[in-house]
Ligand binder design. Structure first.
Ligand SMILES: [Cu+2]
Length: 136
């Protein structure tokens, strides 16, 4: 039986990179860096074929950018310093790309990443198939 294909859509998210207290154990709080005051950052969800728009604002004291690990996308949206000017403190950048394949991926900082990732600058992006499951 042919499964119906879902209409492609645009899904929009806003991420703010910032610093905030994170209680990693009872009574033990550290200063985390992350997206939207949480570690890991918000889960981004879409269906294959959708366009994902993520507006990233940098409230950190140093530049950042977001790399979409494992997703096939245009180089200009890749979020590395080979293809993008890092987002300076106080500035924003809008990532916009189609997600061609279903899968579970992650996004993470790709600026000063050994520091920024260790402090919490990452999250999941889950792309479902663009069809309804047909169940008995
Ligand atoms: Cu990566």
């Amino acid at each position: 039986m042919k499964t119906p294909t879902l209409q492609n859509k645009t899904v929009e998210y806003t991420l703010e990179a910032g610093e905030f207290p994170w209680e990693i154990a009872p009574g033990k709080t550290i200063q985390a860096w992350g997206f939207n005051q949480q570690v890991p950052g918000p889960v981004i969800r879409a269906n294959a074929g959708d366009t994902v728009v993520v507006r990233v604002t940098n409230a950190l004291s140093e530049p950042t950018m977001v790399y979409w690990h494992g997703i096939c996308l245009p180089a200009t949206m890749d979020g590395t310093d080979l293809t993008q000017k890092p987002i300076a403190p106080g500035e924003s950048f809008e990532y916009r790309f189609e997600v061609p394949q279903a899968g579970t991926f992650w996004y993470h900082s790709h600026a000063n990443e050994t520091v920024q990732m260790e402090r919490g600058m990452y999250g999941a992006i889950v792309v479902n198939e663009n069809s309804e499951l047909q169940l008995d």
